[in-house]
Design a protein. Structure first.
Lengths: 338, 392
C-alpha cells in the first residue's frame, strides 16, 4: 500500500514535468500547426535561466579569511553576502524559485524572437521540413548553451527549508515511514498551478477565447478583422514560458546539462501524440498518465515479470495508441488521423 | 523531381565507371585536402552507404524516419558477435549484420508503415528509443551495456579454430581472407562494398520499382486510386534501407570492432538525416556528397583548438587576435556541431534541395551567361543540361 502510494506520487510528479512540456508543444501545434522539435531546447534553456541567476547571485570576491590566523588565507564570498549579510545568503539560497521571475520575460522574449525570425516562414511548409529546421535550431541552441556553460551538469540546490523530505505518510494516515522530498511535491503543485493558469487564460479571457477560435477556424477569425497571427506569436511565447518554467523548477531534481532538451523532447512528443495532437486536455492527461505508468513499471515487482519494461513502457503505449487510435486519447475527430 | 527522365543504361555504366575511378583514386586526390588517411576515407564510404540507403526511403518515398540508427546499431552488434563466435572474416559478419538488420527493419516497418507523415516519424523514433534503452539495460548480456561490446582473447571463433587459424598473443583483427580490415586495405574493402551498394541503389533508382516509390512521394492517394497497394512497396523500400544501414553498421564494426549503444540513439539517426538533406534529398549522388562533406569537415573542424586558432590569427594585432580567435573558436573544435546545425538550418530554409540543388542552380546561372551566344547552340546545351540534371 505504501509503495503504491509513493509510486502514484512519483508518477504524478514526473507527469507534471511531462504535462508542462507537452502542453506548450501541443499549444504550438494547435495554433500555428508547427511541429516544433526545438521545444526540448526551450525547456533546457529555461533550466539554464536558473543556472544563470545562480551564477549572477553568487558572483564572488576574494576576502581575507579572519578565522585563519597562522597565514593569510582568502575565501570566496559572494557580493550579496558582503552587502546584505544574512539577507544575501537567503537570497542565494532561494535562487531557483527566484529564477522564475527572470525566466518569464526571458523565455517570452526567446519564444517571440524565435517565432518571428524563423518559425513563421514555415507555416506553409510540410511537417517534415518544420521538423528538420527546428531540429537544426535545437542543435544550435544546445551547442550555444554548451559553449557558454560547459558540458558538465550543473547541480542546483532547492532552498534549504524545502530540501528535506515531507512526512506525507502521516498526513494521509499511512505511517511515519512514508516520506517524499518536499521539492518534488512543490514541483507537482507548481505544475498544477501553471496548467491551471494556462487553461484559465485560454478559457476565461477574451484574448484566450479569440486564440481558441483561431485554433478552431483560423480563416473566419481573420475575416472578422482580427490579427490572429500576432496572437499566435504571443501564444508561442507563452508556450516557451511554460516549457521554460518547467525547466527552471526541474533543476533541483535533475542537474541540467546541454542535452537535457533532447532527452525530454522525444518523451514530450510521445506524450503529445498519446494525448492527441493539438489537444490541450489530452496533453495534460497523457502527461500524468504516462508519468504514473512509468513509475509503476519501475517497481521491482513489475520488473521481475517484464524485465526492462520501465525503459520502454512510454514508447509501447505510444505505439499502441498510434496504431489503434491515431488521433490520440482526447484528440478531435478528423485532426491528423492519417 | 526532374529525375523521372529515362537515362540510357549505357550512360549509367559510364557514370558508374567514373564514380568507381573517383572513389578508388581517393587516396591520391584527397592528399592535398589532408584527408587521405584510411580512417577518414573509411568513414566516407560507410556513411555513404548509410546515407544512400536512407535516401532510398526518405528521398524516394518522402517518409522521414528518425530511427535508422537502430539498424546501424543492430548491424554493428551482429557483426561483433559474428567476430566473437564464428570467425574474424568480414564476410559472415557483413552477411549476418545486413540480414539481421533487414529482419529488424521488417518488424519495425510492419508496424510503423501503418501510419504516414509525422506519425511515421514518431513511431520510428519510438522504436529506436526502445532499442536504445533496452540495449543499455536489459539486453546487457548481448550488448554489454555502457562498456560496449568488445572482442576478447577467449572468444570461441568456431570457424577460425576449425580452419586452424590460431591467434597469437594479441587480439585478432577483422580480415577478408587475410586482408586486414584496417588501414588502406580496409578502405578498399569499404570502397568496393560502397560501389556495389551504389550500383544496386542506381538500379533501384532507374527501375519501375523506384518510379513507384517516387509516385508514392508525389501523391500517395492517387497511387491508391490507380490500383496500386502502396504498402508492399513502402515495406520493401524500408527493409532495403534498413539493410543498407545494417551493412554500414557492420562495416563500422569491421574497421573498429567495438559496438556501443550510443550508435542507436536518436540523435545518431538525426545525423543521417542531416547528411542526406545536406547533400540533396532524392538525388542520386547527393547523399554520398553529404556524407563526404560532413565527415570531412567534422574531422577538419574538430582538429582546430585554441592554439591553432591563435596562430592562424597571429597576423592581427594582439588585442584583436584573442577575441577573434575565441569567436571563431565557438564554431570549430568542440563547437563543430554548432556550425553543422547552422549550416543545416540555412540549407533547409534556403536550399531545400541541398548541395545538389545548389550545383544545378549554379550551372543554370552559368548557362544563362552563355545564352547571349548563338541561339541554336543555346538550345542544344539546354537539352544537355537537362539530361545531366537527370543523370545526377
Amino acid at each position: 500500500m505504501d509503495a503504491i502510494f509513493l509510486q502514484i506520487l512519483n508518477g504524478l510528479d514526473k507527469g507534471g514535468a511531462y504535462a508542462l512540456i507537452a502542453l506548450g508543444l501541443t499549444l504550438v501545434f494547435g495554433t500555428l500547426g508547427v511541429v516544433n522539435f526545438a521545444h526540448g531546447a526551450i525547456f533546457m534553456m529555461g533550466a539554464f535561466c536558473a543556472v544563470t541567476l545562480e551564477k549572477l547571485l553568487t558572483l564572488s570576491v576574494k576576502v581575507k579569511d579572519e578565522s585563519v590566523t597562522f597565514f593569510d588565507a582568502y575565501k570566496e564570498t559572494p557580493y550579496l553576502e558582503l552587502w546584505f549579510g544574512d539577507t544575501g545568503t537567503a537570497i542565494i539560497d532561494w535562487s531557483v524559485p527566484l529564477s522564475i521571475i527572470l525566466a518569464i520575460p526571458v523565455m517570452l522574449l526567446i519564444g517571440i524572437v524565435m517565432e518571428r525570425s524563423l518559425i513563421r516562414y514555415f507555416y506553409k511548409r510540410p511537417h517534415a521540413e518544420q521538423i528538420l529546421v527546428t531540429f537544426g535550431l535545437a542543435i544550435v541552441l544546445q551547442e550555444l548553451v554548451k559553449a557558454t556553460f560547459g558540458a558538465n551538469p550543473i547541480p542546483q540546490g532547492a532552498p534549504d527549508i524545502v530540501s528535506g523530505s515531507a512526512a506525507v505518510g502521516a498526513i494521509f494516515g499511512l505511517g511515519e515511514a512514508v516520506v517524499y522530498p518536499w521539492w518534488r511535491l512543490i514541483y507537482l503543485a507548481f505544475s498544477l498551478v501553471t496548467i491551471g493558469l494556462v487553461f484559465s487564460f485560454l478559457h476565461f479571457t477574451t484574448y484566450g477565447m479569440v486564440v481558441r477560435a483561431g485554433m478552431a477556424d483560423r480563416e473566419t477569425v481573420e475575416l472578422l478583422g482580427i490579427n490572429i497571427e500576432r496572437r499566435f506569436t504571443i501564444v508561442f511565447g507563452i508556450a516557451a514560458v511554460v516549457a521554460g518554467l518547467a525547466g527552471v523548477m526541474y533543476t533541483p531534481v535533475l542537474p541540467p546539462d546541454y542535452h537535457l532538451g533532447m532527452d525530454f523532447l522525444v518523451l514530450s512528443f510521445v506524450v503529445v501524440v498519446v494525448g492527441g495532437m493539438g489537444s490541450l486536455p489530452g496533453a495534460v492527461a497523457a502527461g500524468f498518465l504516462l508519468g504514473i505508468l512509468q513509475s509503476f513499471s519501475s517497481m521491482t515487482e513489475v520488473k521481475d515479470i517484464f524485465p526492462g519494461i520501465d525503459q520502454i513502457i512510454i514508447y509501447l503505449v505510444a505505439v499502441v495508441i498510434l496504431l489503434t487510435r491515431p488521433r490520440g486519447l482526447l484528440g478531435r475527430r478528423g485532426v491528423m488521423e492519417s | 523531381m526532374s529525375n523521372t527522365k529515362i537515362v540510357s543504361p549505357k550512360k549509367d555504366m559510364i557514370f558508374m565507371a567514373i564514380l568507381s575511378a573517383v572513389v578508388l583514386t581517393m587516396p591520391l586526390w584527397l592528399q592535398p585536402f589532408g584527408a587521405a588517411y584510411p580512417d577518414l576515407m573509411q568513414k566516407f564510404m560507410i556513411f555513404g552507404i548509410f546515407a544512400i540507403g536512407y535516401n532510398i526511403l526518405f528521398g524516394l518515398t518522402g517518409y522521414l524516419s528518425f530511427g535508422h540508427a537502430a539498424f546501424l546499431g543492430v548491424g554493428s552488434y551482429t557483426a561483433v558477435w559474428s567476430f566473437k563466435l564464428l570467425s574474424m572474416n568480414v564476410i559472415p559478419a557483413m552477411i549476418f549484420g545486413t540480414v539481421l538488420s533487414g529482419l529488424f527493419a521488417l518488424a519495425i516497418g510492419f508496424v510503423s508503415l501503418r501510419r504516414s507523415g509525422i506519425y511515421f516519424s514518431i513511431l520510428t523514433l519510438a522504436f529506436a528509443q526502445m532499442s536504445y534503452n533496452l540495449a543499455y539495460s536489459v539486453l546487457t548480456p548481448i550488448t554489454n551495456g555502457e562498456t560496449g561490446l568488445q572482442l576478447e582473447q577467449s572468444d570461441p571463433r568456431v570457424l577460425d579454430h576449425m580452419s586452424g587459424i590460431v591467434p597469437d598473443g594479441s587480439l585478432p583483427t577483422p580480415n577478408l581472407f587475410g586482408i586486414e580490415g584496417i588501414g588502406y586495405s580496409g578502405f578498399y574493402i569499404c570502397a568496393a562494398l560502397m560501389l556495389i551498394s551504389f550500383f544496386i541503389y542506381l538500379r533501384i533508382f532507374r527501375s519501375p520499382f523506384g518510379l513507384k516509390l517516387r509516385a508514392i512521394k508525389s501523391n500517395q492517394n492517387r497511387m491508391g486510386y490507380t490500383g496500386f497497394s502502396t504498402r508492399p512497396y513502402l515495406m520493401t523500400a524500408f527493409v532495403i534501407s534498413g539493410m543498407y544501414a545494417g551493412l554500414a553498421g557492420s562495416l563500422l564494426a569491421v574497421t573498429d570492432p567495438l559496438a556501443g549503444a550510443e550508435r542507436m540513439q536518436w540523435t545518431a539517426s538525426g545525423e543521417v538525416v542531416l547528411i542526406t538533406i545536406l547533400g540533396g534529398v532524392g538525388t542520386l549522388i547527393g547523399p554520398l556528397l553529404g556524407a563526404g562533406i560532413i565527415k570531412y569537415f567534422e574531422n577538419i573542424f574538430s582538429a582546430f583548438n585554441d592554439t591553432v586558432l591563435l596562430n592562424a590569427f597571429s597576423f592581427l594585432p594582439d588585442w584583436l587576435a584573442h577575441p577573434v580567435a575565441s569567436v571563431v573558436g565557438l564554431f570549430v573544435g568542440e563547437g563543430w556541431h554548432l556550425t553543422l546545425g547552422l549550416v543545416f538550418m540555412l540549407i533547409v530554409i534556403f536550399l531545400p534541395g541541398g548541395i545538389m540543388e545548389g550545383i544545378s542552380r549554379l550551372s543554370r546561372l552559368l548557362f544563362k551567361r552563355n545564352k547571349s551566344e548563338p541561339k541554336s547552340d543555346g538550345h542544344e546545351s539546354k537539352e544537355k543540361e537537362q539530361t545531366s540534371a537527370g543523370e545526377v
